[in-house]
Design a protein around this ligand. Structure first.
Ligand code: CP3
Length: 356
């Protein structure tokens, strides 16, 4: 079954190691506030979480960028923070400020979270699986559907801090004061999110992406390898667990802020099929550093997309040059921002697809 689907879906072909020119494309946060149709559906849904938990609305916004731009991949509309919510933590999205959670400051709050085997976790998340089913049914055959979740460290850092902070001080402080508690939280997230991605794959996702947005800020470790201990290790455990239940599952890992060396370690140390590359990494240098068969994705600076014009053309050309003849999926190096002109997305795709 998987083989037949792979044949006609360019993103899955690249994830299997094939180089395609020009590369297939999608954008992180492609369903978002830069689109008027997203803003309209978002207003109709009410709050951001209402949008995430309503399968009809979530399906609609997922399809909007596909209709408008014909991207080769579609990503489930949801958020990485629905998992802490399903674990029983209070999660809200404050307009203009981002996510707010009731900070997990110690053992008392951890004890109140749902245990990994609690069926209430997946009944809470049932609308997500229903959205996946509906989206797969509505997408063009050739469009790949990606499911996703946050990596354990990134999700844990939001759960502990209650919000995103540049230095992740609360999560790093907990790592120092009660390392066993941080490990217990990471383990819970590994177990629950392994099951979460398995269920997304069974509901119809063709592949999944794990977002480690906080790979650049990690606690100190005695051996100096915090990336292995807190990020790549837990992700590797998830991937092993997913593949034990869904053999051959295709998985992309985006370890933002981990630098050239960190990016080079993602595939060998996690078993992922592809590494998502942030905008801070020199893509040509990364391609030179990793085996030619390594599948890469991403790297266009979201600010260059805002800038547009010749700078954008040059950046698209540079990515094509850096990845020529190698398996690559065209994408941004982080999510598209609300102020990005739609005309610039069109220009980016025209430049990319010019050779077709
Ligand atoms: O990419 C997509 O189109 C799929 C949907 C998606 C969203 N969030 C929708 C969203 C995905 C894959 C995410 C992942 C996510 N969420 C990450 C990892 C990727 C990254 O950006 O680093 C993180 C860290 C979060 C947590 C989160 N959610 C933050 C920090 C914010 C606020 C930032 C902002 O732009 O306001 C969100 C809100 C959010 N998630 C929005 C969207 C479209 C904007 C909310 C709105 O419509 O008001």
């Amino acid at each position: 079954m998987a083989e037949a689907r792979t044949a006609n879906r360019p993103v899955l072909r690249v994830l299997s190691g094939e180089a395609i020119a020009p590369p297939p494309a999608w954008m992180m946060r492609q369903a978002g506030r830069y689109l008027p149709e997203y803003r309209a559906t978002r207003a109709e849904a009410g709050s951001f979480l209402d949008l995430c938990y309503n399968p009809a609305f979530a399906t609609e916004v997922t399809l909007q960028p596909i209709r408008r731009f014909g991207f080769e991949a579609s990503i489930l509309f949801s958020d990485i923070l629905v998992v802490p919510h399903a674990l029983g933590q209070d999660v809200r999205f404050v307009e203009g400020e981002g996510p707010r959670l009731d900070a997990l400051e110690g053992r008392a709050q951890f004890e109140r979270l749902r245990e990994a085997g609690d069926p209430a976790i997946f009944s809470h998340l049932a609308p997500v699986f229903e959205a996946v089913e509906r989206i797969r049914g509505a997408l063009p055959h050739e469009t790949t559907l990606l499911g996703f979740c946050g990596a354990p460290w990134t999700v844990a850092s939001y759960m502990i801090g209650g919000r995103g902070t540049p230095d992740l001080a609360p999560a790093r402080a907990l790592a120092a004061s009660d390392p066993a508690l941080l490990d217990a939280l990471l383990d819970r997230l590994v177990t629950v999110q392994t099951e979460y991605l398995v269920r997304q794959l069974r509901a119809g996702a063709d592949a999944v992406q794990i977002f480690e947005s906080h790979a650049g800020v990690l606690p100190d470790t005695a051996d100096g390898d915090a990336l292995a201990r807190f990020s790549l290790g837990p992700i590797a455990r998830m991937i092993e667990g997913i593949r034990a239940q869904v053999p051959g599952a295709r998985i992309i890992v985006f370890a933002r802020g981990s630098g050239l060396e960190g990016h080079a370690r993602v595939v060998p140390e996690t078993g992922a099929d592809a590494v998502g590359v942030d905008w801070g990494v020199d893509l040509a240098a990364l391609r030179a550093r990793v085996p030619a068969a390594t599948v890469t994705q991403g790297n266009l600076h979201p600010e260059t997309l805002i800038e547009g014009g010749r700078a954008l053309d040059a950046a698209v050309d540079a990515i094509l040059a850096a990845t020529d003849g190698t398996p690559h999926i065209f994408n941004l190096g982080h999510g598209i921002t609300p102020q990005t002109p739609i005309a610039h997305v069109e220009r980016m795709l025209a430049r990319l697809r010019a050779g077709r």
